[in-house]
Design a protein around this ligand. Sequence first.
Ligand code: ADP
Ligand code: MG
Length: 699
Amino acid sequence: MGSMSDPGKSAAERLATQVQYLKGVGPRRAEMLERLGLRTVADVLFFFPRDYEDHTDRRTIADLEEGSLQSVRGLVEEIELRDIAPGRNMLGMLVRVGNDHLRAVWFNQPFLFSQYRRGQEVLVSGKPKLRGLMWQMVHPRVTMLGEDEPEATGGIVPIYPLTEGLQQWHVRRMVRAALDGYAELLEEAFTEEFLAAHNLTPLAVALPEIHFPTGPKSLEKARRRFVYQELFILQLALAIKRQQQRTLHQAEPLEATARIDARIRRLFPFELTAGQEKAIAEIAADMASTRPMNRLLQGDVGSGKTIVAAYAMLLAVAHGSQAVLMAPTEILARQHALTLKRMLAASEVRLIELVGGLSAGERSRVLEQIAEGEIDLIVGTQAVIQEDVRFKKIGLAVIDEQHKFGVRQRALLRESGGDPHYLVMTATPIPRTVTMTLFGDLDVSTLADMPPGRQKIHTYLPTEQERERWWSFFSKKLQEGRQGYVVTPLVDESETVAAKSLEESYEALANGPLEAFRLGLVHGRMKPEEKDAVMAEFRSGEIQVLVSTSVVEVGVDVPNATLMTIESGQRFGLAQLHQLRGRISRGRFPGYCAVFADDPSEEAAARLKAFSSTTDGFKLAEVDFSLRGPGELFGTRQHGLPPFRIADLSRDKAVVEEARRDAQQMVDADPGLASPSHARLRRMMLVRYGKALDLGDVG
Ligand code: ADP
Ligand code: MG
């Protein structure tokens, strides 16, 4: 009980007390806790349960029913471990409840034996089954009552993340000790007015409640408070980040005057959609300013992001600056270069395509021209451009098919000639809560509409038995003059997965169902020249069917291609499938997409079903998100942010919006968070996000 009786220490110092000094912890357990990231008392206080078990349905033996989760309170009367077969054992516990008994059994969990002892008071929770005359629960959860676990946990019981050697009751007891000894030292982060205005439970109430709930409603309110707090603090950090981006860096203002605007538009081969117009207006407004643009352009596959980027690039060039377009793959870089060259045929804009395959001499000549400012527009892969390009005067960097552009990459570009404006374009839409959090430091433009004249795409999930029918349909469309793709997932040599290797499927098709047609093969390990040659032949129609790995996923734009076969579809993510399908919605003919799947898991089946039920990328992004959660692509770590402790972006959508609005309001009113009433929030924000978001010293 050292903590409270230590008058010399500040609250902060006491909250920083090492866990091992908490009642019942000690050095050995402290080591286990370290593995969970728990070092101090404060860590323990904010170590939230990952789930709860509802033990509120208390029964007597006479009231038990089969079917639902029920709890019984009693005394351990007997406990016995015995072998039931070689390598199998059973732990049986007889619990006396008044004059009746309940049997609890566990199979192959002998380690539980040492945890219980006769005479112990326990709460046993599980689904009861009547076995003969005796009620039995298989693998129930047992909560120790009595001295270790006071009755407070009797209702809704917290389930904490564990690590080897640690039991739920260890953690519960430790949390209880931390709450009893230290919770009152915590300071409330929000003012009373703020709590009231935003319907938030005060910390002093919410903290005990989230650990040891007194009821479902009050638990939900407590949870809301912590979710809100976590998201609010992130949003404060993001708002400050946006503010800093506006003030700390200087870019050249590149205004779209009426003359420049007209000169750019003359080059465009079609009328822009309303969405494209809106995005261009937003981009032009950003670029007219001395603060560097930091904009995310998101739109569904085929929504026409390229032309929007072209506008921005030509705007930079019109001001005598250079613009660079970076693509993730060579095929896509080549494609962009082609599109732009075609568009710029009648202009004086000097464009260079910087991909692999140049001779050393050519390459250094090109790099010199760029450095001298003799080239206006540079198109290439990210890798190549970041590696060795030095610009004369870079006005705009466009990053295509990429979700984010890192701090380090920015620094590289900056080194090579000033702070440019940035435009990042996504491959597919991003769920709204994700743009508001993980992309919250960017401004967002959304292309919500599609260019006119888009044809419908039909999506099928044929069975193996229907394969022949699909190929005959595929062939018929080829005979009508259309082209198509066959995509197989990339399979690592070492993988024993039964997915067909690319060459095999190529051979099988060329000598089988598609033998009457001209087939081409493209994959990531081919040399750039080889890839180019194949793509050019496909574009010109010489090749009718392109057999490939998912390298065609990004950006390939061949309007006459209307057929897509995806093999082993269970191995692709929803966004990837959507990208693939996006290859065949580009012209005036309807598209047909078939996805074959071998033995899909339940989740994969749900994914494929969603995929076949809509072509709306915004909807699919939301479905994907709710099926998978943030996943790898949208995980906090991926973005360099610390993981959430309690917030869940798909579950807590409404709170994300609310927190974002409120945080922006606070930063608008108090830009440096300098007011004393914001000091604590400001400190919490810096501790958590200062480094990840490179916030420096705010204020
Ligand atoms: P994405 O957003 O997937 O990058 P693209 O920019 O490649 O889409 O555009 C897809 C196709 O739509 C291209 O063939 C492009 O020329 C065409 N396109 C884009 N905008 C329009 C428009 N406003 N009217 C007609 N066709 C358009
Ligand atoms: Mg694109």
